[in-house]
Design a protein around this ligand. Structure first.
Ligand code: E4P
Length: 213
């Protein structure tokens, strides 16, 4: 499983990228709004920093509007992926974009059927939202497993991005259940590094080293 970072904050992206484990970035309108900057300028900065896929979400709700926005967004850099919401209009847009060779990420996936439809429309990625399902008492991880099984059975090449990731257990389980990618906030990425026994081990090694010198 690969790691994407889920943020529009350029400092966080740089910090994550410096770790050498980053394969891409996902943004959404809420994350961009938090930054208070121009969407295009920020995408420019992000695509200069990261070589991998950078998801930029369209705001239009109709296929024509989505395609219009996508046309501008793909001009920014070759690694822009167009993020499209899981709607009837969104599916039409994904089909058209995939025919033109534009990469797409179908977002707000909450059921296996939605993921299957997105894949059949030609989506490069589907983004099932784990945390938001858990929040309403449904099992987000079971959805990852269902999508992974269905894609395997039917030989679908669309990649699964585990999204709305809230904690390290989500990451481990997403990897075990077949997600190709987890898109995670910087806070969770840093939590993955930490283990109390690692910290205690370093402390003990340093203390022993000081004793003999
Ligand atoms: C990623 O593509 C999604 O936009 C993101 O993971 C949503 O996360 P949230 O449910 O924490 O807002």
């Amino acid at each position: 499983m690969k790691f994407f970072i889920d943020t529009a904050n350029i400092d966080e992206i740089r910090e994550a990228n410096a770790l050498g484990v980053l394969s891409g970035v996902t943004t959404n309108p809420s994350l961009v709004a938090k930054e208070g900057v121009s969407f295009h300028d920020r995408l420019n900065e992000i695509t200069k920093e990261v070589d991998g896929s950078v998801s930029a979400e369209v705001i239009a709700e109709d296929v024509e509007g989505m395609l219009e926005e996508a046309k501008d967004l793909v001009e920014i850099a070759p690694n822009i992926t167009i993020k499209v919401p899981m709607t009837l209009e969104g599916l039409k847009a994904v089909k058209k974009l995939s025919e033109k060779g534009v990469k797409t990420n179908v977002t707000l996936i909450f059921s296996a059927n939605q993921a299957l439809l997105a894949a059949r429309a030609g989506a490069t990625y589907v983004s099932p939202f784990l945390g938001r399902l858990d929040d309403i008492g449904q099992d987000g991880m079971e959805l990852i497993k269902q999508i992974s099984d269905i894609f395997d059975i039917h030989g679908l090449e669309t990649e699964i991005i585990a999204a709305s990731v809230r904690h390290p257990i989500h990451v481990t389980e997403a990897a075990l259940n077949g997600a190709h990618i987890a898109t995670i906030p910087l806070k969770v990425l840093k939590q993955l590094v930490k283990h109390p026994l690692t910290d205690a081990g370093i402390e003990k090694f340093l203390a022993d080293w000081k004793k003999q010198s």
